[in-house]
Design a binder for this molecule. Structure first.
Ligand SMILES: [Zn+2]
Ligand SMILES: [Zn+2]
Length: 282
């Protein structure tokens, strides 16, 4: 295993299963020299109307979804204060990250800029868990449950969002590029052109990508992004890192070796160092 840091992880303060200390200790036992905690930063005025919010309420992590920036800033402030306290006595490097849901409005950008000033994260990951379709916030499960036409429109919106995230220049890297694959969406050959166009936009924008190893489960047994996308990523020489997207201690560094092997097979050569990831600025 070549990569000795893990930067895409979650804790039980939000939708993870373990404490920050448990995640940090595990990363150290796995031989990591650094761990970043990157809980979800999701702010949208309509978020409380979604099924995701209802599920989070039942699961006890509803504060992961905020309909205003002040609430999210407050949650993260306490969270980062704790991480920075732990970091003072830890023997591996601890970084304050966030996995941010991007919304392409002026109001969202203003709010997010304000959050960055207050929180000063070490890095930010761009994610698209939601699309705004017909005045409603929809996630990939809503996509999967929609009829064929609506599903195609939502998927198109998804890929447009990924392109906007890349062009925004706001993120140290973009997460799980073809996330709708989780529900089997966008796998057919019809979407290949859209994927290639998106890779092109990413390459031109200077954005970077993760190879997210949580994808190594049946039936596809390949990371996000899929092999056919990763071939294009390699050809465009887009820089990548490997993520575990760990939501529990037994997922820390999961399938890192598989992901490295897979990347190699796809011809990926441009692997990011920790320093290069953190140095990113727009
Ligand atoms: Zn995610
Ligand atoms: Zn995540």
């Amino acid at each position: 295993m070549l990569q000795n840091f893990t930067l895409h992880t979650h804790t039980n303060l939000f939708d993870g299963k373990n404490t920050a200390t448990e995640m940090i200790d595990t990363a150290q036992q796995c031989g990591m020299v650094a761990i970043g905690i990157s809980n979800h930063f999701i702010v949208h005025p309509d978020i409380v109307d979604t099924p995701s919010y209802a599920a989070a309420l039942r699961g006890g992590y509803a504060h992961m979804y905020m309909n205003n920036f002040d609430g999210a800033i407050n949650e993260f402030k306490q969270h980062y204060d704790e991480l920075r306290r732990i970091a003072q006595h830890a023997s591996i490097k601890i970084l304050c990250g966030m996995e941010v849901d991007f919304f392409n409005t002026a109001a969202w950008r203003r709010g997010f800029e304000r959050a960055l000033k207050v929180l000063q994260p070490d890095y930010i990951i761009g994610s698209g868990h939601f699309v705004e379709y017909n005045g409603r916030l929809c996630n990939i499960h809503d996509m999967a449950n929609a009829d064929d036409d609506a599903r195609d429109e939502m998927l198109t919106l998804y890929w447009t969002k990924i392109q906007q995230m890349a062009q925004s220049g706001m993120f140290n890297w973009l997460a799980h590029l073809d996330l709708p694959k989780k529900r089997g969406l966008g796998r057919d050959a019809r979407w290949f052109d859209t994927e290639c166009r998106t890779v092109d936009v990413i390459a031109k924008s200077g954005a970077r990508l993760e190879i997210n190893a949580k994808g190594f489960v049946l039936p596809y047994n390949e990371p996000y992004p899929s092999g056919r996308i990763l071939n294009q990523v390699a050809a465009a020489n887009i820089p990548v890192l490997i993520s575990d997207d760990a939501h529990a201690v037994d997922q820390v560094c999961r399938n890192f070796s598989d992901a490295e092997h897979f990347a190699q097979q796809c011809g990926v050569k441009n692997m990011l160092s920790l320093q290069k990831i953190l140095d990113f600025s727009n």
